[in-house]
Design a protein around this ligand. Sequence first.
Ligand code: CP3
Length: 340
Amino acid sequence: MSERSDFIEACWGRPVSRTPVWIMRQAGRYLPQYREVRAGVSFLDLCRNPELAAKVTLQPVDILGVDAAILFSDILMPVESMGVGLDFSPGPVLEKPVATAADIATLRVPCVEEELSFVFDAVRILRAELNGRVPLIGFCGAPFTLACYMVEGQGSKDFSRVKQMMFSAPDLFASLMEKITETNRRYLNAQIDAGVQAVQIFDTWGGLLAPADYETFIQPFTAKLIAGLNRAKVPVILFVKGGGTMLDLVKQAGADVVGLDWHIPLDRARDVLGTKVAVQGNLDPSVLFGPTTVIEKAVRRILGENDGRPGHIFNLGHGILPETPVDHVRFLVDRVHALT
Ligand code: CP3
């Protein structure tokens, strides 16, 4: 039995008692309570420990009063199981980036239930501990964003290696995308089987491409991932950072909710997306550095742009920044609730 929640209702575009709000990357370094846990354990070991992962997942729910919990993990965990070797210092570093057809041939589509059992254990612990208080969101990276890290081996300014593969060896690139898509399809379905109540697909780097190239090389894989989910009862959120100029293509990938960064006003995004998908976003995370008067004004603007339409989940337009004052985040959550 799952209880009615404003977050899930908003994902389906149904009426809510007040606008639900959660924060991308809400468990993390801006919280002293997170830093305290992290002081004794590496980031990877924290992700691999179901009890500790569950503990930090709950921190923002208790401290901020957000309307959803998001499982504490990282988009690169399934990639590690594919056989590339992963470390964090502090950003992701892969020991064996992929470059050739032979590299891609040796990548495994892992048995996620076995190799990532700690993730599903964390989900089961969390469902028991949350006990219906707020829904639990699972997640994965979009195929393109994961391909970016797998080819570059780390973050990059221009992601020129992965783009080089995409344009000069499209069949090779497609074979990589295929393996990533299948791995993450299994990974999200296993999260759903373990009990997550919504899933978000993070395409942090999708907006690096021209819309036509996104359509040719990327969107078919994201669409295939979404089509392959056991999602009758579980809404799917697709967040493509920088996707504001190609929302028609993002929408056609088939998610129930489209995540928006802050480069497009919410009302303009709604005009393109129509009434059948919900929206999530879209406050610039840096606004949280401003005084409460500035935060209040930005909240009112976004709520005004939404104009009372059903299917709005308030969130930032990207992950919260580590230097953000916690009391400003709490102010944001309270104001979204109070004004709606
Ligand atoms: O949202 C949440 O609270 C759930 C946990 C979560 C993390 N990473 C924890 C994390 C989620 C949903 C992610 C997604 C993720 N990871 C993305 C997509 C979203 C986005 O922000 O664009 C990407 C690109 C990654 C890869 C990644 N992991 C990077 C680039 C970094 C280092 C830089 C940074 O932002 O911290 C990480 C490390 C990471 N993932 C941390 C956390 C809390 C910091 C680890 C630490 O404690 O040192």
